[in-house]
Design a protein around this ligand. Structure first.
Ligand SMILES: NS(=O)(=O)N[C@@H](Cc1ccccc1)C(=O)O
Ligand SMILES: [Zn+2]
Length: 308
């Protein structure tokens, strides 16, 4: 039908509503927001990237994505919240104004668009992409096992029927390749990579594909510590933080490890609310609090990037 759902920041929005929202927020804030397409998905849907920041030349940037895993609906909700907060508070909130004057924030609101649509229409617990696998009836690749970082060595499966299927090769998925191509093309300016997942209430950083400490471990650990205390200060939500391998589990092919090894020092994975009571099916009543507290952590990291 041609009836368009009304967008709300306090509800989960389907992909059509999100795409209408991203077109509108760019059109209504032409000096702060522009929308570009960085590729198309397996099923042919556009991958829209929002560029948020005062227009200027050779600014540094932060890249943030949401919706890697289809069922993690709180994450696109947070990416939308971030953009809304940025445009609503630019000019009034000093931290936001400083941030957007000096940094661009690239926001990929939904990375796994096909999976997200499938989780709305067919299987709420879907995780992977929706690409066909040769010689298998099983569908999809885990996009967070599909990057060129220790690819398919630990914590990933070469069985297309598994939830952590690594794909046929690094960046085998059109969505992974589009993201990696954009970052490679802008590697000189992108100083931070934030990938937003749920659930567990954790702030993770490289590595997940090995227990070896990242060369920047001490700094990343200190930034994570500060970001988590900023987050916790609002509603008391408890987060743990540390390298992915020891904090959650060993896993390879993750986008954060790939971004870090590609030269983006400030690479973090957020695992938003909750710790398992509702899990991926976080009630809409928790969207606002989750977004508000996560904003504090993201602003803390962006501030560190700006001042280092
Ligand atoms: N969001 S989640 O529940 O799927 N957990 C993540 C955990 C994770 C986070 C960062 C790098 C690798 C793995 C996952 O991809 O398994
Ligand atoms: Zn995830």
């Amino acid at each position: 039908s041609n009836i368009r759902a009304v967008h709300s920041y306090e509800k989960y929005n389907d992909l059509d509503t999100i795409n209408a929202w991203s077109a509108n927020i760019a059109a209504q804030n032409p000096t702060l927001v522009s929308r570009l397409e960085i590729g198309t998905s397996y099923e042919g849907r556009p991958l829209y990237l929002l560029k948020v920041g005062k227009s200027g030349t050779n600014k540094n940037a932060v890249f943030m994505d949401c919706g890697f895993h289809a069922r993690e609906w709180i994450t696109p909700a947070f990416c939308q919240w971030f953009v809304k907060e940025a445009v609503d508070n630019y000019g009034s909130d000093d931290q936001i104004t400083d941030l957007l004057d000096n940094l661009d924030v690239y926001v990929l609101t939904v990375m796994n668009v096909d999976g997200y649509v499938y989780s709305w229409n067919s299987n709420r617990m879907w995780r992977k992409t929706r690409s066909a696998n040769k010689n298998s009836a099983c569908v999809g690749t885990d996009p967070n096992r599909n990057f060129n970082a220790g690819w398919c060595t630990v914590g990933a499966s070469s069985n297309p029927c598994d939830e952590t299927y690594c794909g046929t090769a690094p960046e085998s998925e059109k969505e992974s390749k589009a993201l990696a191509d954009f970052i490679r093309a802008n590697i000189g300016s992108i100083k931070a990579y934030l990938t937003i997942h749920s659930y567990s209430q954790m702030l993770l950083f490289p590595y997940s594909y090995t227990y070896a400490l990242a060369k920047d471990h001490t700094e990343l650990n200190n930034v994570a510590k500060g970001a988590v205390s900023a987050l916790t200060s609002l509603y008391g939500t408890k987060y743990t933080y540390g390298p992915g391998g020891t904090t959650i589990y060993l896993s390879s092919g993750g986008s954060d490890d790939w971004a870090y090894d590609t030269g983006i020092k400030y690479s973090f994975t957020f695992e938003l609310r909750d710790t398992g009571k509702y899990g991926f099916i976080l009630p809409e009543s928790e969207i606002v609090e989750t977004c508000e507290e996560t904003m504090l952590a993201v602003k803390y990291i962006a501030d560190h990037v700006l001042n280092n």
